[in-house]
Design a protein around this ligand. Structure first.
Ligand code: F6R
Length: 244
């Protein structure tokens, strides 16, 4: 794992977007997995702009959504589905065969997990995964205590996740479970970017980078990834001893 520190949110987002755009140029059939949420917003916007401005052929990429709130319809503006649909899928006019998102309304959520794992297997794994980090150290909805050996799974949400998650919604919603890719997918991904910005993420970044590797603090798994990068702005880096 490497830590890369950037002056601000704009420059770290631009770095991530450039990395992904270049990866698509080098491998037009790139399998890309992204988190939703506040952190990757600008990266996704910049990525779409780069693909359009540079006319990068994205007709063969595969996109995989990292997670979803169980029970939320895709048209809910706080859902991960809505985020990807409005920010990536529509702007890039991805074909339905190019993207895979968990259906959080499915009667059989276990089957959703099996199908997602099969898709990832068929695509021969994820090339690039870009994730955020929760205030409890979660990645996706791999909450504290989640096994590092998980594939896709359904999970009871941590209290911190339920409380922080309210920020995505304009109305009151009942958040109780999440459906998410697991850490086996993350460890098997060719490259992983974990992004964080702002002073509020300084403590979780310190634990991610300098703390013990433990399932009690999920993001610590990044230390084990051979091609993992922690991308942070100066504020999120402020508690670290040194950064590259
Ligand atoms: C969302 C997701 C979550 C977020 C994390 C940070 O798809 O996977 O793990 O990445 O909660 O959220 P933000 O970026 O809003 O601080």
């Amino acid at each position: 794992m490497k830590v890369l520190s950037f002056k601000n949110y704009q420059s770290l987002s631009d770095f991530a977007a450039t990395e992904i755009a270049n990866a698509i140029k080098n491998k037009p059939s790139l399998v890309l997995c992204l988190a939703s949420g506040d952190t990757p917003k600008l990266t996704v916007e910049l990525l779409v702009k780069k693909i359009k401005d540079q006319k990068i052929d994205h007709s063969a990429i595969t996109f995989i959504g990292l997670d979803e709130w169980v029970g939320l319809p895709p048209e809910n503006t706080g859902s991960c589905h809505y985020f990807f649909q409005s920010k990536l899928i529509e702007p890039l006019q991805l074909k339905p065969s190019q993207y895979f998102l968990f259906n959080a309304l499915a009667n059989d959520l276990q089957n959703e997990c099996i199908e997602m794992d099969q898709v990832i297997d068929q695509k021969k794994g994820i090339d690039i995964m870009l994730v955020g980090i929760g205030m409890n150290g979660h990645i996706g909805f791999n909450e504290p205590g989640s096994s590092f050996n998980n594939l896709s799974h359904v999970i009871e949400l941590d209290e911190v996740t339920k409380s922080v998650g309210k920020k995505y919604f304009t109305e009151q919603v009942e958040l109780s479970q999440g459906i998410t890719l697991g850490f086996k997918h993350l460890m098997n991904a060719g490259k992983v970017f974990l992004m964080a910005n702002g002073i509020k993420k300084a403590d979780v970044i310190k634990k991610t980078v300098d703390g013990p590797v433990t399932e009690d603090f999920p993001a610590s798994i990044m230390q084990k990834h051979q091609n993992g990068f922690v991308l942070i702005d100066e504020e999120a880096a402020s508690l670290l001893n040194k950064t590259a």
